[in-house]
Design a protein. Structure first.
Length: 113
């Protein structure tokens, strides 16, 4: 059973930064593709970024140049570094193990002054 646990969310002012973590267990993490999604109130869940086992990365246009996804296979963890945060980045952020489809429980990110 794949388990994912997100952490690192919180309240930050516009222009600030946060780093989210997604810790995985129950899978051979090094061959996994992992994605970060977000869901704002009243909106559909959207894919923000993903990283393959070969460390190829892709980003939604709305976060390109501001967010960076990375992974540490020794720690079974994927990170999402978020810089230059905007109020429209406010959402619950989820990680997903794309090989199996399992989701984490989500972590709230609020960007507000």
């Amino acid at each position: 059973q794949v388990q994912l646990v997100e952490s690192g969310g919180g309240l930050v002012q516009p222009g600030g930064s946060l780093r989210l973590s997604c810790a995985a267990s129950g899978t051979i993490f090094s061959i996994s593709t992992v994605g970060w999604y977000r869901q704002a109130p009243g909106k559909e869940r959207e894919l923000v970024a993903w990283i393959t086992s070969g460390r190829s990365t892709n980003y939604a246009d709305s976060v390109k140049g501001r967010f960076t996804i990375s992974r540490d296979n020794l720690k079974n963890t994927v990170y999402l570094q978020m810089n230059s945060l905007k109020p429209e980045d406010t959402a619950v952020y989820y990680c997903r193990h794309l090989n199996s489809g399992h989701w984490g429980q989500g972590t709230q990110v609020t960007v507000s002054s």
